[in-house]
Ligand binder design. Structure first.
Ligand SMILES: Cc1ncc(COP(=O)(O)O)c(C=O)c1O
Length: 504
């Protein structure tokens, strides 16, 4: 550890850009690489035990059982696995993840799923019911997000996707192809705040779009002047979040999108997280800046039905201001021997049942249901935010409505998070700057949950204060991951993590 510490120490004093440029050469130095291997092996050795907790108590299969097992036995085993995991999210110990989770709601979604479990919208002739559901999901989401302001709602359109990431990937592919076809841009660039979701970087990697990142201000909102400076003739799209995943801050969408509009390029609002709660927050009188199609420069929006839309996991909506843009999303094959083929999104065959359950969630909640849910969540979040602010060693980042990020000037915030983990909590550890967030859902609006969070947080802070040098559990890993100048090492650790997930 000492050698590694020394290396980190030296590297952290160097210009980070320089380190990034020469990273691959540094890693070719045998002694540096050896030390890195040793350290990462130590850091990842515990992964197996934490990610594979069922190895001892449950049968596992590296190949098909020769003879199939009894259905009852299988279902009993699945129920046992579920039972071990359920209490944590059900009782509100988890940040985000399950946004509704009431028994009767889950039962209703499961029934809707079961009715359409065989449906595949790729065969739209066999299951026109799914096209109906999806068209209506898109229309309802568009209406909620200000489509009436555009040609009376005529031209806003979109598709149902499998989640926020797919919605974002599709929108970015649209702008890349639109830029090439309409503007002859062959080296496309996207301008995005550093706080924009990782899915945009994924899109940049997948579709060869250059990501040009702009900083955020003290309120964790995108710096508009910086955006103005970096837009070039190759920019196809500018991005803003409503709100951002890390700090729950709504970017200045009106100003950012105006820059895009003036240059005749796209602007995407990532409302994956906020799309189904901010409209109701606005109606309830909370300070919500405009972020949807009422803003003239906004040309597309992603909004996740599987978050605050309270659908089952696996659906989201991507919306476009015009049919012209949506066309760039479609895939068609006119000459394939397999016949005439088309698909609106990345997948071929898709689970129609998820769209059916999503539609069922939306029409069962209705405006009133969403507004009431938003009221409960926002009131709970306001209480939690106020209580965190009252803890002397902590401060809240920005002025969030329902994703509350907090940090400390005096304590190791990752150690505070570790003490929360020991109390059963599953919070999100973030970096740049080091902080932790709680994404408030209906799970936290249950009686007593917010109070329990605050009491546990106070105790976790006190414990960290009592032992300021203690680094336990994941605290040193987060600490290293946020400060290590060799970012490829952090990437390697993440890849190792994924590998462990797929070990039997
Ligand atoms: C702002 C934002 N955008 C995009 C995403 C990606 O969504 P998903 O995990 O459904 O792919 C998230 C997920 O939390 C998010 O918060």
């Amino acid at each position: 550890m000492q050698n590694m510490d020394r290396i980190i120490n030296i590297l952290s004093r160097l210009n980070p850009r320089w380190v990034a440029t020469f990273e691959k050469y540094l890693r070719r130095i045998p002694s540096v690489n050896q030390e890195i291997q040793k350290e990462t092996a130590a850091l990842t050795s515990d992964l197996e035990t934490s990610l594979k907790p069922y190895r001892e108590d449950f049968s596992s299969y590296a190949c098909l059982p020769e003879i199939g097992r009894s259905r009852d036995e299988i279902l009993a085993e699945m129920q046992a696995l579920k039972n071990r995991e359920e209490a944590r999210w059900r009782e509100g110990f988890v940040s985000g993840a399950v946004y509704h989770g009431d028994d009767s709601h889950i039962e209703f979604l499961n029934k809707a799923y079961a009715i359409h479990s065989q449906a595949n919208p790729l065969h739209s002739d066999v299951w026109p019911s799914i096209s109906k559901y999806e068209a209506e999901i898109v229309a309802m989401a568009a209406h909620m997000l200000g489509s009436e302001a555009v040609d009376g709602g005529e031209s806003v359109c979109g598709t149902v996707t499998s989640g926020g990431t797919e919605s974002i990937l599709l929108a970015m592919k649209v702008y890349r192809d639109w830029g090439r076809e309409r503007k002859g841009i062959t080296h496309p660039e996207m301008v995005l705040p550093v706080t924009a979701h990782a899915a945009f970087d994924k899109a940049a990697q997948y579709f060869h779009i250059k990501p040009v990142r702009i900083p955020v201000n003290a309120a964790f909102k995108a710096d508009v002047a910086a955006a103005r400076r970096v837009i070039t003739r190759n920019t196809v799209v500018v991005i803003g979040s409503a709100p951002s995943f890390p700090h729950g801050a709504v970017d200045p969408i009106a100003e950012l999108s105006e820059l895009a509009r003036q240059r005749g390029i796209g602007f995407h609002t990532d409302a994956c997280l906020g799309g189904f709660i901010l409209p109701w927050a606005e109606k309830l009188g909370y300070p919500v800046p405009l972020f949807d199609f009422r803003v003239p420069g906004v040309t597309s929006i992603s909004a996740d039905t599987h978050k605050y839309g309270y659908a089952a996991k696996g659906t989201s909506v991507v919306l476009y201001r015009s049919h012209e843009l949506r066309h760039f999303q479609y895939y068609t094959a006119a000459d394939w021997p397999g016949g005439l083929y088309f698909s609106p999104t990345f997948a071929g065959s898709r689970p129609g049942a998820l769209s059916a359950a999503c539609w069922a969630a939306m029409v069962s909640l209705g405006e009133q249901g969403y507004k009431e849910a938003a009221r409960k969540i926002l009131e709970t979040a306001a209480f939690i935010r106020q209580e965190i602010q009252a803890i002397p060693d902590l401060y809240v980042l920005g002025e969030p409505l329902f994703v509350i990020a907090f940090a400390s000037h005096t304590l190791d915030i990752y150690q505070v998070m570790e003490h929360m983990t020991q109390r059963g909590w599953s919070l999100n550890g973030l970096h740049k700057p080091s902080c932790v967030h709680l994404c408030v859902t209906l799970r936290h609006a249950q009686p007593g949950v917010a109070e329990r969070f605050v009491a546990d947080l106070k105790a976790a802070v006190e414990e960290t204060r009592q032992h300021p040098d203690e680094k336990t559990g994941m605290a040193p890993v987060y600490g290293m991951a946020s400060s290590l100048p060799l970012r490829s090492v952090v990437s390697d650790i993440l890849k190792k993590y994924i590998e462990v997930l797929y070990d039997v």
